[in-house]
Design a protein around this ligand. Structure first.
Ligand code: SF4
Ligand code: SF4
Length: 418
């Protein structure tokens, strides 16, 4: 079903009982007195905007789309979606060069991996970053993620693709732009762990960026084009019996929820087949379908940060439950707070100070935690926490891969050496 974006609200603002609970949970309200807050920007403002678009308030641009207001709302109002759609409807003019750069993850990533030495050296240089700030408005105080020398897809096609048909069970992997261009090791770990428990992996043919950053940067039409292509690829994989697993909690949330509520695309037929890798592994383990053998010498003190979109999915429990299976791993749950990054939001000069002010209480808790490593399922939280604290940040899957005795795991799952 295609939803129309004219004169009606696609969302359920009428359900608002004006309790103001959402305002208490909004991280932007805490740090920015100029932000009208979720109730006023969302259901209250929507009533006026539907009567007369001139009531649109540019203050809505402060919203991070973290969805923490939605989690808190006792009436189930999709406040973040109402705000995001109002921003899309009222956006004037073309996206800026900065917004194009930040949201062209595939074009920029494919060029940057080919020139990764030069690109990474430039991004490390404060002089270069100051130039970037004055030319396009990316704040020089933020460090942009490094690029890998080779993309995950290139590695997979060269080293892994052929072997995958040997496994009796299979999943399709939505790697996303981050694992492909910035952290291919995460993709390699996914293949290694899934192979060890008896699953072959294949890539989604024609995978595009999930579209989250394009929606956030005013490029809804391009996001729609990518989303439609992704749904074609996902439908093909699901029709062939695969679950589609992703490592990024934000990509997973986009494929499952943002496609439906922000792009108006009907994905109900495949939604339940799209899942996060930690959820997939924990559920298979819980059902006795797979087994893990852990290294006896593995020790790690981990603090888990629940990213906003995994909170909205309600799936942090799967990542933490998986980590709790690891003997020798001490797990501490950090209080659930936004880190302030919100994809590309925190890179922008006009947002940087608000972004860091939102993240500061979390960064202080992390420094005080005594953990060696912070675990999170979101890449943008990883960038922000690593640049703002002294801690290393790892995906829960990377921690699992480091803790597993791969040889014994393969034996336990009846996997012969391939
Ligand atoms: S999505 Fe986040 S920043 Fe936006 S109104 Fe809701 S809680 Fe506030
Ligand atoms: S929490 Fe929900 S019901 Fe309460 S004011 Fe906010 S949107 Fe309305």
């Amino acid at each position: 079903m295609k939803l129309e974006h004219k004169n009606i609200s696609e969302n359920n603002f009428e359900q608002c009982t004006k309790c103001t609970i959402c305002t208490l949970y909004c991280p932007m309200v805490e740090v920015n007195p100029l932000y009208p807050g979720p109730k006023q920007s969302g259901p209250d403002g929507e009533r006026y905007r539907l009567k007369e678009p001139m009531y649109y308030d540019e203050g809505l641009n402060y919203c991070l789309n973290c969805k923490r207001c939605e989690i808190s709302c006792p009436s189930g109002v999709r406040i973040g979606d109402i705000i995001a759609l109002a921003k899309v409807r009222n956006r004037k003019g073309l996206p800026t060069v900065r917004d194009m750069l930040l949201s062209s993850t595939v074009s920029v990533g494919s060029v940057a991996t080919r020139m990764s030495g030069l690109v990474n050296r430039s991004l490390e240089s404060e002089r270069f970053r100051r130039g970037l700030e004055s030319m396009v408005g990316i704040d020089h105080r933020h460090t942009l993620p490094r690029y890998a020398e080779e993309s995950f897809e290139e590695w997979f096609r060269r080293e892994a693709a052929e072997k995958q048909s040997c496994y009796s069970r299979r999943v399709s992997y939505f790697h996303g732009c981050y694992a492909n261009y910035n952290d291919p090791a995460l993709g390699r770990e996914l293949v290694e762990v899934l192979n060890a428990v008896g699953y072959g992996v294949r890539l989604l043919e024609g995978e595009r960026c999930c579209g989250m950053v394009k929606i956030a940067n005013g490029r809804k039409e391009r996001a729609m084009r990518d989303a439609k292509r992704n749904l074609v690829a996902i439908r093909r994989a699901v029709a062939e019996g695969d679950k589609v697993v992703a490592t990024s909690s934000s990509c997973t949330f986009a494929l499952r929820d943002e496609y439906q509520y922000l792009l108006g695309l009907d994905n109900e037929d495949v939604k339940d087949s799209i899942t996060l890798i930690t959820r997939f592994l924990f559920r298979q383990w819980e059902r006795g379908n797979i087994k893990f053998a852990f290294r006896e010498d593995f020790r790690m003190r981990v603090a888990y940060h629940s990213a906003c979109h995994i909170e909205r999915l309600g799936w942090a429990i799967y990542s933490t439950s998986l980590l709790r299976l690891v003997p020798g791993l001490e797990l501490e749950m950090l209080p659930s707070r936004c880190c302030g990054m919100a994809g590309t939001y925190g890179f922008k000069r006009e947002n940087y100070d608000y972004s860091q002010a939102i993240g500061r209480p979390l960064f202080d808790l992390i420094e005080a935690s005594g953990a060696e490593v912070v675990a999170t399922d979101c890449e943008s939280c990883k960038w922000n926490i690593e640049r703002s604290t002294s801690k290393r940040v790892m995906h829960p899957l990377s921690i699992l891969a480091a803790a597993l005795d791969m040889e014994r795991t393969r034996e336990l799952n009846g996997v012969m050496d391939k």
